[in-house]
Design a protein around this ligand. Structure first.
Ligand code: ASP
Length: 280
């Protein structure tokens, strides 16, 4: 099963329409990966890659511009007690796959700037400058996905262009483990919203702690972690028990959820919880 979000923020209705369509495709692709025998990691990376490629979100091809008109991307993935992340990437739109490469093929967790760009080039990853949307889009939000595979393994992935008009060089919460994404033993999550506030609160780590250490129900753990962030935020999470939950303190956060049997898309409004038990 997989849950994805298209970013917590101030969405326009016409943007939501397109985002919701892409979000549906993203979780369908994620579930297909799982059905083909792929891992939870494959599922989240493929779902996020599709959203990065779509140009419909503030990630990958659709990333927003900084105050000097440049575009730089941040992304992170986590699975099996390992994490990989990249920040201030300018060489490729497919930041989530670059984060996966950091996790799988280096001894590091976070690569930034020129180092991350060199890795992207050495892998022949698709360049950012060929993407039409980087110059015109960027009016909408960050993407993320969390999946659980048939072997009970959880993965989380997130990708973003940051915040509109950011100072060149600014990095937000998204590539920071515990802040933008986290996978613990029984729960995985990712967040979206104002990175400066999220980095000071680490809502993903907090969700795991509340759920695993204190036995708090998943929807309540997600809500409490999200509300602890003193700025608009959104969190999605999945547990190995098959619970899915999402919550936002921003105006809107589109989400999609899929299992083999069901694909569901919703636009969560401010302070509305989503919660579902997807498996026994
Ligand atoms: N959290 C992202 C950042 O601050 C932005 C977002 O989620 O919309 O970089």
């Amino acid at each position: 099963m997989i849950i994805a979000h298209g970013g917590a923020g101030r969405w326009e209705h016409y943007e939501l329409k397109e985002a919701v369509k892409v979000l549906r495709r993203a979780v369908e692709i994620g579930v297909n990966e799982l059905l083909k025998g792929g891992s939870a990691l494959d599922a989240v990376v493929e779902a996020v890659t599709l959203m990065e490629a779509s140009g419909a979100f503030n990630a990958g091809r659709g990333a927003c511009k900084d105050s000097s008109g440049g575009v730089s991307l941040d992304a992170g993935v986590m699975w099996m007690e390992r994490a990989g992340a990249v920040a201030h990437v300018k060489a490729t739109w497919n930041a989530v796959k670059l984060a996966r490469a950091v996790m799988e093929d280096t001894h590091h967790v976070l690569l930034v700037g020129d180092g991350a760009d060199s890795l992207a080039k050495s892998r022949g990853m698709p360049p950012l400058e060929h993407c039409q949307s980087t110059s015109s889009r960027g009016v909408v939000d960050t993407v993320g996905a969390v999946a659980l595979d048939s072997q009970g393994r959880l993965a989380s992935a997130v990708s973003t262009g940051g915040i509109r008009g950011k100072m060149p060089g600014r990095v937000g919460d998204s590539p920071i483990p515990g802040a933008g994404f986290w996978v613990a033993k029984r729960v995985a999550s990712c967040s979206t919203g104002v990175g400066e506030a999220i980095m000071m609160t680490h809502p993903c780590r907090m969700t795991s702690m509340l759920y695993e250490a204190f036995g708090v129900d998943l929807p309540i753990a997600v809500k409490a972690s999200c509300e602890a962030v003193k700025a608009p935020c959104g969190v999605i999470a999945l547990s190995i028990e098959g619970g899915a939950a999402a919550y936002t303190t921003a105006d809107y956060m589109p989400i999609s959820v899929a299992t083999e049997e069901v694909v569901e898309v919703q636009v969560l409004e401010k302070k509305c919880s989503y919660s579902k038990r997807l498996a026994k």
